[in-house]
Write a protein of this length. Sequence first.
Length: 159
Amino acid sequence: MAIINEGLAELIKRGGLYQGLRGTSPREVLEAFIGALPPVPSVQADELLTALLEREALMSTGVGGGIALPHPRNPLAGSDSEQFVALAFLETPVDWNSLDGEKVDTLLLIVSCSAKQHLQTLSEITFFCRQKDFCRLLKDRAPLEDLLCFIREAEKNWK
């Protein structure tokens, strides 16, 4: 049975936090990011990279404020236990062709197992990216536990 509407905190906990990713272009950064991720049985690294680059070719996933949300257009994870959101802080900001023109220094990579979970996750991340306190945590490169605590507090109030 699939978990529907799995919370963002749990997805990030599963995906992890990656510090100091290097690259001078979105492609290089995504290659480094995928290379840092632990293997996901149903998702091949080259397949994920291709899907992410295809999505970026349609429109940049740079949402502004130094944040990008790379994600495949279609669910790739084979089960709910394989879906995740991985967070990365870049060593050097990269031009991501964001609408606000600001270089990206933070990525939230989304890999889902269903369209419904994917849309829920995107919606939740977009909500948090509009919260000054959350953006401050990202800019300060807060420890993973601080970020998860902030998200869990907000999620508690939604139920």
